[in-house]
Ligand binder design. Structure first.
Ligand code: MRU
Length: 350
């Protein structure tokens, strides 16, 4: 299995694989402060909910090492506040970002002051390690509930990239389930939706799956309904950026349409995400903030303008799939069929 240095600690700083230029260039960039890290998250150098959480955690650590170069501050919370704010505001929808920061923040006051930078780094490394483990479990649990296709290979459609590149770099969530099925010896074929406008499917999902030798076919997003109507797709698996307390799940724009279509054609629709993606403060999907991204992502393709000059643009980066359209919610703690508030709550406390 291929591993990627999505967000890793190298020689005293954060290093992130630049996902904006994949698959044509494979380059990593270095980050020496929270401000730089926040900019990297905002600019999509790193993307995917769990990966953003890992990057933010390392961003906190690198900021503490930067500050400590001038001596131990009188107050760690005060010294770190501006950097934490920048990180927190870098992207609004993926709750893993806030989750990771909330995990790091208490350490500023519970650790002896001179040990804070190293303690923060240890915690960031723990978050990364736990992400690997969670993805492996998600893969195992999800593979068990995939439809039985007998001797015929199973065809799984996915949207965006919820793979190694969107997590700590190894297994992924939705693609973790694909890998889990392969590990069980199943023959798997993936249909990757291109995922306009940022093309995570075409650039990232197709690239990472082909590196693992998993048969992958690329389609544009508007071909999905046609394939579902013709019985080509056995199931749909996506990741999530934030799951509300009632099971509504935000994911890359376009996911909702696939979910509605999957229900119409009786195709199982799976959402795979770690527990850290569940936001109990969001009662339902209407409380999930939806990021509006720059218009240039829609008007331009590969740096070249394709849209008519001066046209108005709307670019919401995510949509919310209602829980009632989700056949299985897959987490590292196990699977639940047709998520509800009660089932989500029971899963978290299991
Ligand atoms: O805008 P992105 O690329 O950060 O959006 C990513 C997604 O929507 C993923 O499907 C989601 O974060 C799950 S990643 C395991």
């Amino acid at each position: 299995m291929t591993g990627f240095a999505v967000a890793v600690w190298v020689d005293g700083h954060l290093s992130m694989l630049d996902q904006r230029v994949l698959p044509h260039e494979v380059i990593s960039r270095n980050y020496y402060s929270a401000e730089e890290t926040a900019q990297g998250i905002k600019d999509m150098v790193v993307r995917g909910a769990p990966a953003i959480g890992c990057a933010a955690a390392f961003g906190v650590a690198v900021e503490a090492f930067r500050i400590a170069k001038q001596g131990v501050p009188a107050s760690w919370p005060a010294a770190m506040a501006p950097g934490l704010k920048l990180l927190e505001e870098s992207r609004p929808t993926a709750v893993n970002l806030r989750w990771a920061l909330e995990r790091m923040r208490p350490l500023l006051t519970t650790t002896p002051p001179e040990e804070v930078p190293q303690r923060l780094l240890d915690e960031a490394q723990a978050i990364l390690r736990e992400d690997h483990e969670a993805c492996m479990q998600i893969g195992r649990h999800g593979a068990r509930v995939l439809p039985d296709t007998g001797e015929r290979p199973i065809t799984i459609m996915t949207h965006c990239n919820a793979g190694a590149l969107a997590t700590g770099g190894v297994y992924g969530t939705a693609l973790g389930v694909v890998r889990g099925a392969v590990d069980l010896g199943r023959k798997v074929r993936v249909i990757a939706c291109e995922t306009r406008p940022f093309l995570q499917g075409a650039r990232l999902t197709a690239w990472e799956l082909l590196q693992d030798g998993i048969a992958t076919t690329l389609i544009t997003d508007n071909m999905a309904a046609h394939l579902m109507s013709r019985g080509v797709i056995d199931c749909v698996i996506v990741g999530s950026d934030r799951v509300a307390a009632n099971g509504d799940a935000a994911n890359k724009i376009g996911t909702l349409g696939h979910a509605i279509c999957a229900r119409r054609y009786d195709i199982p629709f799976l959402v795979a995400a770690p527990i850290s993606t569940i936001d109990l403060q969001a009662a339902d999907g209407s409380h999930i903030p939806i990021e509006e991204r720059p218009a240039s992502e829609v008007t331009h393709l590969g740096g070249k303008r394709i849209a008519a000059p001066d046209v108005a643009v709307h670019n919401p980066a995510f949509d919310v799939t209602p829980a009632e359209l989700i056949t299985w919610f897959v987490s590292e703690k196990g699977v639940i069929a047709e998520p509800t508030r009660e089932k989500i709550s029971a899963l978290i406390s299991s």
